[in-house]
Design a protein around this ligand. Structure first.
Ligand code: 13P
Ligand code: SF4
Length: 360
C-alpha cells in the first residue's frame, strides 16, 4: 500500500511540464498574501500536484475547493472551485466515490448531506468557521421557542445540526431572493448578525415588510474591515470600485459599489471596467481574479481567513492516501435527511424565477 511517507518518483520531464502548466496560472498572482510564484517555486510543488492528480484518478476522487483557499490548490489540483452555492451544486451532482473538500468543515458537511454515497473528507478537521461555530442546534431550538411564528432561515455557514432545524437554507448568492419570497413576515435568520442587518436594509429598499431577528454570530474576517479605508482609497484612486461580501458590516456594504457572494464579486470585477478595485473580502478571491483576469488592478485591503488557510497540498495528498477517522465527515442519517430538506428548499427557490435586488 502507498503511504504518505513514500513519495512517488516523477521524471525530470514530467516535473518540468507540470511546473510550466502551474506557472501559466500562478505567475499572475501578485496579492501580497500569497508567496511569489516563479518557475522554481512551481518546480517545488510540481511533484505534489502530479501525485495528487494521480491519486484522484486512482481513488475515484473529486476535489472541490472554495475560492478562498491557496491558488496552488485551485489551479494545481481542484476539479471545481467556486462559492458555497456552486460547490453545493457540484457536490449534489458528483457521482464520485470520494470528495475531498478543500474549504471549511461546514462546506464538507453540506457536501455529505447532498452526496451521502460519497466518502467526504477534509484536509484539516480544525478548519472551522466563526459563524458556523457560533450556534448549536440546541441553542437554535431554544430561539425557535421564542418566535414560533417565524420562518427559520439558516445561512449555509452553519452546522448540519442547525440546518436540520431550519425551514430553508440560503447562501450569499440567493439570500435576498429567498427571504423576499417567504410568506412569513417574521424571519429568524441565523447565525450571522451582520448579514441579518444587510437583509433588513435590502428588504426596506425593496419595500418588502419583514422583521428580521438574528442570533449573534459574525465572520471574524468580514467584520474586521474599517470603513475609513474606503473613503481614503476613493480619495487616492479616482474611479475605484469597492466590492464587499454581505458578511461585512452595513458601514462597509453601504459604501460599496457591489455587494455579493464570492462568485458574484468575481463576476462583477471581471465584467466591470474600472482602473482599480478594492476587495473587502478574503485575499484568496483577489488571487483568483488576478489569475483569471490579469489586467485588473487591485488596491490592497483584503484579509486572510485562518480556517481556509489550514488547507494545503500536503494535507490533501495525505488525506487522499489514507484519511484519519476525524477527517472523514459522518452524519446521523435522520439528521442528514432533515438538513437536506432545508437545502433542497433553497435549490427550489434559488433555481426558480429570477429576483435579484440591486448589487446581488
Ligand atoms: P460564499 O458563499 O460567498 O462563497 O461565502 C462563503 C464564505 O465563507 C464567505 O466568508
Ligand atoms: Fe467562516 Fe469568515 Fe472564514 Fe468564511 S471567511 S469561512 S465566514 S470565518
Amino acid at each position: 500500500m502507498v503511504s504518505a511517507a513514500e513519495p512517488r518518483n516523477y521524471s525530470d520531464d514530467q516535473i518540468e511540464a507540470e511546473a510550466n502548466r502551474l506557472l501559466t496560472k500562478l505567475m499572475h498572482v501578485e496579492c501580497e498574501a500569497s508567496r511569489s510564484w516563479n518557475i522554481e517555486a512551481c518546480r517545488e510543488i510540481a511533484p505534489l500536484t502530479l501525485e495528487i492528480n494521480d491519486l484522484k484518478r486512482e481513488k475515484g476522487a473529486v476535489i472541490l475547493a472554495h475560492s478562498y483557499v491557496e491558488p496552488e490548490i485551485i489551479y494545481g489540483v481542484a476539479d471545481f472551485a467556486g462559492d458555497s452555492y456552486m460547490l453545493s451544486l457540484k457536490a449534489k451532482e458528483a457521482a464520485a466515490e470520494r470528495i475531498v473538500f478543500s474549504g471549511v468543515v461546514f462546506m464538507a458537511e453540506t457536501a455529505k448531506i447532498l452526496s451521502p454515497q460519497a466518502e467526504v473528507v477534509v484536509p484539516d478537521r480544525g478548519s472551522g468557521c466563526s459563524l458556523a461555530d457560533s450556534l448549536t442546534g440546541e441553542q437554535l431550538r431554544e430561539l425557535k421557542k421564542q418566535y414560533p411564528d417565524a420562518a427559520v432561515v439558516c445561512y449555509i455557514n452553519s452546522t448540519a445540526e442547525v440546518k436540520a432545524e431550519c425551514d430553508v437554507c440560503v447562501t450569499s448568492s440567493n439570500v435576498y431572493k429567498i427571504v423576499a419570497s417567504l410568506p412569513q413576515q417574521r424571519i429568524l435568520f441565523v447565525p450571522d448578525r451582520l448579514m441579518a442587518e444587510n437583509i433588513r436594509t435590502e428588504m426596506r429598499k425593496l419595500g418588502i415588510d419583514k422583521e428580521i431577528i438574528s442570533s449573534d454570530g459574525t465572520c471574524i474576517v468580514h467584520d474586521e474591515f474599517d470603513p475609513a479605508i474606503i473613503s481614503e482609497a476613493r480619495g487616492k484612486f479616482p474611479g475605484l470600485k469597492v466590492v464587499s461580501h454581505p458578511e461585512c458590516t452595513l458601514d462597509i456594504t453601504s459604501k460599496s459599489d457591489y455587494v455579493g457572494s464570492t462568485g458574484g464579486m468575481m463576476q462583477y470585477v471581471k465584467s466591470t471596467e474600472a482602473p482599480y478595485f478594492m476587495m473587502l473580502t478574503e485575499c484568496g478571491l483577489v488571487e483568483r481574479i488576478e489569475v483569471e483576469a490579469p489586467e485588473k488592478r487591485f488596491i490592497s485591503g483584503c484579509k486572510l481567513c485562518p480556517y481556509m488557510k489550514l488547507n494545503s497540498l500536503e494535507k490533501i495528498r495525505d488525506v487522499l492516501v489514507a484519511p484519519r477517522p476525524e477527517q472523514i465527515v459522518t452524519l446521523d442519517e435522520e439528521l442528514r435527511l432533515k438538513a437536506l430538506r432545508s437545502i433542497d428548499r433553497m435549490f427550489e427557490i434559488a433555481e426558480g424565477a429570477p429576483h435579484q435586488p440591486k448589487g446581488c
